[in-house]
Design a protein around this ligand. Sequence first.
Ligand SMILES: Cc1cc2nc3c(=O)[nH]c(=O)nc-3n(C[C@H](O)[C@H](O)[C@H](O)COP(=O)(O)O)c2cc1C
Length: 214
Amino acid sequence: MSDQSILTNRHSARDFSDRPVDLETLKAILYTAQNAPSWENTQPWKAYLALGDTVDRIHRSHRELTGNGTKGWTEVMPPKVWASMPQANMDAWRQNMLAFFTDDEKPRFAQVQQMLFNAPAIVYLTMPKDASAYSAYDLGAFGYGILLAAEEHGVSGVPAYELVRYPAEIRQEFDIPADEAIFMGIALGYPKDNRLNQLRTKRTPLDDILQVRQ
Ligand SMILES: Cc1cc2nc3c(=O)[nH]c(=O)nc-3n(C[C@H](O)[C@H](O)[C@H](O)COP(=O)(O)O)c2cc1C
């Protein structure tokens, strides 16, 4: 099996340079990602792209809110308790992360979250508030498409819960209808050449997640 493709080369970047990504490139990425499959082509997603002064205001707001300890509530809540398999993978990811970064570097991982990864571009993905789990599946396909299309354009990204922790700071910048839920954010940009961006993740051995009958 070949190991060289945009799927295997892509990884999350968490510290972006201040080099902007031009709007035409970002639109090309989103346009390509719209080819994602969805239930009977429902395409239940919308995208809101923050750049320039808008993204600067969101950065300032986020630093202020995290700095003064304001509790954040996403519009789509993660589970309080995860099922054992994803929980075990999450634990392994945390161990991997803690082992990779030195004690001096660890605080920087938390800091960049507050800095929204210094991203020059953030795209927020919404879906109808009363959407089913199938729409969440579709929105995820659109989001992954954005990351892969970005990779094709030499742009890096990270999908992050952190980006949508304070929906009010996003809603005050866009006209997002009340019946849409802000589900995810994806930070996009050109990565700085540093250790934060060198973190790599592993995947479960295929045979642990696959049953074949023939
Ligand atoms: C729904 C979702 C939420 C995420 N939230 C965060 C986040 O808040 N902060 C962060 O640093 N990474 C976040 N990530 C990135 C994951 O940690 C990352 O995708 C995973 O560890 C696999 O690593 P890779 O993207 O480098 O392959 C999130 C990813 C997804 C899909």
